[in-house]
Write a protein that binds this ligand. Structure first.
Ligand code: 5GP
Ligand code: MN
Length: 326
């Protein structure tokens, strides 16, 4: 049994635990993205040939553009009821275990492994493998696989390249350093299908998505002397375009790309919930803004669910930005 500890786990300690356990559940965060899913799938794909039992838990449906991931069809919102008591639950890409949602059974802290790259991770597990400098959780997993001596097969390489391309925005975000490109080249050499990933994640949009993006951009607001650009998508807009929440992904990226903008926000008001996506161009830390409002994330990309109305959410973000000097 591993001891609860505050300090971060080393690669060797995590790998010793991976070797010792017989069964694993890879847990991804709600509204999953390519990093949380790809990281867990890559780890599972590497562990199964070692004779381990591997399951994947996700409470939400897999987004259409991530169903190409190897073994995506094995991801489920339930887990078998005959799991051994020493099953290791591997939380991928989560600053806190609450990001896994509400449907996990109670899990002892000693049976939790937390693999993540977020700022301000809450260290909720017995083993916390947190590498804040990594571009994606997938590259944290790659370190584990190398220490484990696991072969990087083409499906694993595709899963890992997906995590990188997701979290670097197709190599465009500032977290794309030389090391990221070297690892990506290595994944391609090992058989990762970059064109498939590019097509599925960055192209292949439904027509409804394109017209929805058009309306969200046409109704965008710009304020604070051009430094804050924001827009809203609500249920009525989705209905008008025949779109759904998955079709909103790229909107905030467009808002951030406006000349002079420091922070972009997309307010998504769906079924009574207000979700906020925040993006920064590097001067303002949107992680701290999201955290102040109950969410979290990274310096340049963060999110939250606002416990109130849409107008209140917009006002709260404005106030938080003013407090940050925007
Ligand atoms: P998105 O705007 O794409 O929903 O989220 C951007 C990033 O912010 C995510 O990759 C995740 O790191 C973080 N994030 C989004 N929503 C939440 C939230 O509700 N709580 C926390 N702690 N982080 C979030
Ligand atoms: Mn990530």
């Amino acid at each position: 049994m591993i001891e609860s500890k505050q300090r971060l786990a080393t690669t060797a300690e995590v790998v010793a635990e991976l070797r010792a356990r017989r069964a694993f559940v890879m847990v991804s965060h709600v509204k999953p993205d390519g990093d949380t899913l790809g990281a867990g799938l890559a780890l599972g794909l590497a562990l199964r040939p070692l004779g381990k039992r591997v399951y994947y838990f996700q409470q939400d449906p897999i987004p259409r553009n991530l169903r190409f991931l190897p073994d995506a069809d094995k991801v489920s919102r339930t887990v078998p009821d005959d799991l051994p008591p020493d099953t290791l639950w591997v939380f991928c890409d989560m600053s806190d275990s609450s990001r896994a949602g509400e449907f996990l059974p109670p899990i002892a802290r000693s049976n939790m492994l937390n693999v993540d790259h977020h700022l301000k991770n809450s260290h909720f597990a017995a083993l916390n493998y947190i590498l804040e400098r990594e571009s994606s959780t997938g590259t944290c997993v790659l370190r584990l696989l190398k220490e484990l001596g696991a072969p990087i097969t083409p499906p694993i390489a595709t899963a890992l390249l997906t995590t990188i391309m997701t979290d670097t925005g197709g190599f465009m975000h500032s977290n794309t350093n030389a090391e990221v490109l070297r690892i990506s080249a290595e994944m391609m050499e090992r058989g990762a299908d970059k064109d498939l990933i590019t097509n599925e994640i960055f192209a292949n949009k439904r027509f409804a998505a394109i017209t929805l993006v058009g309306e969200a951009l046409a109704t965008a607001h710009i304020e604070q002397n051009g430094r804050f650009c924001w827009s809203v998508v609500d249920d009525a807009m989705l209905v008008r375009h025949g779109a759904d929440g998955e079709d909103t992904e790229e909107i905030v990226q467009h808002l951030r790309s406006v000349e002079g903008v420091e922070v972009a926000a997309l307010f998504k008001s769906f079924e009574g919930d207000v979700r906020v996506s925040l993006r920064s161009n590097g001067r303002v830390n949107v992680q701290s803004i999201a955290a102040a409002l109950g969410g979290g994330g990274h310096f340049r990309a963060s999110g939250l669910t606002y416990p109130g109305s849409l107008p209140a959410a917009i006002e709260a973000v404005r106030a938080a930005l003013r407090a940050e000097g925007l």
